[in-house]
Design a protein around this ligand. Sequence first.
Ligand code: NDP
Length: 461
Amino acid sequence: MSRDTDLLVIGAGSGGVRCARIAASHGARVAVAEGRHWGGTCVNLGCVPKKLLVQASEYGDYVADSHGFGWNTQRGDFDWQKLIAAKDKEISRLNGIYTSMLDKSGVRLLTGHARFEDAHTILVEPTELDPEAKPVRITADRIVIATGGQPVRPDIEGAELGITSDEVFHLPVMPQRIAIIGGGYIGVEFAGLFAGLGAKVDLVYRQTLPLRGFDEELRTALHKGLDLRSVTQHEECSPVSISRTADGLKIRLDNGQDLIADQVMFATGRVPKTAALGLENTRVRTTGQGRIIVGHDSETDEPGIFAIGDVTNRLNLTPVAIAEGHILADRLFANRAREWDFDATPKAVFFTPPLASAGLTEEEAAKDRIVDIYTTEFRPMRHVLSGRERRTFMKLVVDQASEKVLGAHMYGEDAPEIIQGLSIAIAAGLRKADFDRTIGVHPTSAEEFVTMRTRTRISGK
Ligand code: NDP
């Protein structure tokens, strides 16, 4: 049967756009439906605006640090509205790039909310993005669901008084006091940036350390870093209620403590966005939280329907969604099979200073093998003169039997840039001896990764 298009992608985020563009470059007829914003979460309400805000928050430090270098710089006022306007201008430039890139690739753009009528038929209906758009019914041989996720709020009294990362980028005024709930990526990043912008920050999380899943030593270094950035940490607790008082929002914690803030931000995870897709009209299966169940090849239980990115809740990172979209398009339309190595996926958390990791943590690696651990901790050169109390921590996890470097971890300035390079060595399975015979760049922090000679300890069984 002849259908309107070879491929319909639902969702124009990082993964969907890459899948559509690559499929079109292989000669497929492609359409993309998007109901909210071209570029998805990463561009509009995630990585990109977040990093701009983090960068904005670091200028105060630069002013203070410059004094140790002989400058007499004075710190001026910070204008939140000006920053948000500049950020919005950049985001709308990127939105334009996304649509024109798809357009130039010959992809048909459908603005509106897509819903399955059956396994090959989609109805695209107008949304606030373009209320004047006419509904479009389109049939496709293959459909890729790339609708991403959305933030969740805990089920507590007064949760509606809080905001999430969806609202934080458009606050009319910067909160002077903010309580952030959740010690994951978003919680840590926003705690750091609001503290840098001068807010009083309370960070509430239920573990003993922030960033569950990261290397324990890195988490410990970050815990100290949060203290140094004047973020007040409330470990091992959760909010039970939020109420409005004359003094501000009152957050009651389950340890009996009350916090007062101008804003409460929930950074308590995200869930896949699948509720209104009409999946009941297909054989696509989801879990309780709406995660689409897929095989290694990203295909769902309904042949011809695929899912990529956060909607599958595998590894919720933009570059992973992009890789999944690219690999899928290559496989479907160029008969090209590619594999990727999730174990070596680098991760970064843009706190100030940032932290980054590639490969296995010590805890993961030591579960079923003996590992040699190499660590170093030092004050970076800049802060010898700036006088700032900021240290850098680096770590290599090495398999004792094969001598392969299984993991690299860093907390300190430029960590994401450095770890991106090291992730190639880890994905390639290089050994500690390969690191040792590599010449460093001097004077840098990065050179420490190729000059760590003395083992700190042995770990594992
Ligand atoms: P995370 O899963 O990273 O962290 C969620 C945090 O909220 C954890 O500390 C978790 O605690 C806590 N939490 C969950 N439910 C509750 C609850 N009911 N009460 C109290 N605390 C709770 O999610 P984020 O929201 O920070 O980020 C969402 C996703 O976005 C992440 O998966 C990440 O992949 C992605 N992201 C990536 C970034 C990057 O690459 N730099 C930046 C920002 C986001 P516990 O650990 O105890 O479960």
